[in-house]
Design a binder for this molecule. Structure first.
Ligand code: EPZ
Length: 413
């Protein structure tokens, strides 16, 4: 699938944000913790969520989707996750902790996902072993056996997925667990909140040090998936790239503080309770030095967006990608086809902004694809973005939504 982008048009108007992919995937993984019905509202209609639902169904869960509301219930009938689905997305890793906690075993093919780096699972494995779960990993499969027993554990890195798996494993563990250096991304906090609604006892919700008192069972609940902060940043980036004036609604502005602090010195940014209005009258004069970091630092998922904005600024930007080793190079190569001036040294990109010209570019990962769309929106004339299937993993109707704001994008199957 490809986008034909007729760039150079200012975006304007208002656009709503839908539920966050990375929140939906974590909460769907946690539905394994109870046979009761768990209803998730504001659940995005994107490929990764559909694949996660297919994974749960293939393991025995029952699901019903009514528009953006999904209900999941029932017992697993197998602890073996099917390879053909598990390898489609990274999110499949998020059934590890919940399945081990509820059923005492799991056989999970190593997850798929973006080609942004090696994406090992050593922290997930090490954490489960600390909980007394026998865990084996080879180059294809993670196998676990044993029920978690409360422990104290410090994550060597504040891994989002590892924190989410440990939260689920500890929620049904025998005894109390203290977890240190946990991720504090909004999607992780939403999982903590939903687990408490399901009957878990968690102290320190929202912080990096958590105490979880294990319980025998958890019950069903209803939960509103939080708005997607990366999609919000994507719409705002498209506005900047086209010197537009857009209001993004149904979002949580404080989830984008690090991103907005980079943009707000250059543009008129107004934050409301559940909306952000950005009016870009002129290009930025470069964005200085930006390094990605775990929340609340500058999110790695917004790095691809900023790389494109740096390319069309009127100055120099240095971007350091500290989380995923392959997240810079591919897009830098593709953006240079549009005339971008990007020099990569190690994990640092030095970008000298200039006007880009249209080109044919290829997406290789989800957020990189969004970054390429943003760059083509700024270039006057027709560009082609290939590999749109990567974009569809995490964005619902990106082209259609940008067209609502005045973009001219044709989708070619
Ligand atoms: C989650 O991935 C997100 N995915 C990613 O979003 C996001 O980029 C990432 O968190 C960081 O914010 C989902 O939530 C489904 P990590 P995850 O474990 O959990 C290293 C998107 O575009 N690490 O926080 O896989 C790892 O290699 C996706 O929506 C280990 O070394 O990220 C990386 O360098 C892309 N060992 C760093 O930690 C481990 O066991 C951050 O990874 C686990 C991670």
């Amino acid at each position: 699938m490809e986008y034909i982008v007729d760039g150079g048009r200012r975006l304007h108007g208002e656009i709503e944000v839908y539920g966050a992919k990375n929140c939906a995937l974590a909460l769907l993984g946690a539905t394994v913790l109870t046979k009761d019905a768990v209803t998730l509202k504001n659940c995005p209609e994107i490929a990764d969520v559909e694949n996660m639902l297919a994974l749960l169904v293939s393991m025995g869960k029952k699901i019903v989707r009514e528009n953006d509301t999904v209900t999941v219930w029932g017992e697993l009938t197998t602890i073996c996750a099917p390879r053909n689905i598990a390898t489609l997305l990274r999110g499949s890793a998020l059934v590890l902790g919940s399945t081990v906690a509820k059923y005492g075993k799991i056989a999970l093919p190593l997850p798929g996902g973006c080609a942004i780096g090696a994406r090992p699972m050593d922290i997930h494995i090490d954490g489960l072993r600390a909980l007394g779960v026998e865990t084996m990993i080879d180059d294809e499969m993670v196998s676990c056996c044993g029920s978690p027993e409360g422990t104290n554990y410090k994550l060597r890195f504040a891994s989002v997925g590892a924190t989410e798996n440990m939260l689920c494993a500890c929620a049904l563990a025998k005894g109390t667990s203290r977890l240190y250096n946990c991720a504090t991304e909004p999607e992780v906090v939403a999982l903590e909140q939903m687990l408490v609604q399901m009957g878990a006892t968690i102290y320190g919700v929202g912080g990096s040090d958590l105490t979880i008192v294990g319980t025998d069972e958890l019950h069903g609940t209803e939960f509103d998936i939080i708005p997607d902060r990366i999609v919000t940043a994507t719409y705002l980036s498209a506005t900047v790239a086209t010197l537009g004036d857009v209001t993004v609604t149904k979002c949580i502005p404080q989830h984008l503080d690090a991103f907005l602090s980079v943009l707000s010195p250059h543009f008129c940014v107004k934050k409301y309770d559940d909306a952000v209005k950005l009016n870009a009258m002129r290009p930025a004069s470069g964005y200085g030095d930006v390094s990605t970091a775990p929340y609340p630092g500058f999110p790695t998922d917004m790095q691809s967006l900023l790389l494109s904005l740096a390319c069309v600024a009127e100055g120099t930007t240095h971007i350091e990608e500290k989380l995923f080793e392959n997240r810079l190079m591919h897009n830098a190569t593709e953006l240079s086809r549009m005339g971008a001036d990007i020099a990569i040294s190690g994990n640092i990109a030095t970008v000298k902004g200039r006007k880009l010209h249209p080109a044919v570019v290829t997406a290789k990962d989800l957020r990189g694809g969004a970054g390429l769309v943003i760059a083509t929106l700024s270039a006057n004339g027709k560009s082609t973005v290939k590999g749109v299937e990567h974009i569809n993993r995490g964005y619902s109707d990106l082209a259609q939504n940008l067209c609502k704001l005045g973009a001219k994008i044709t989708v070619v199957d």
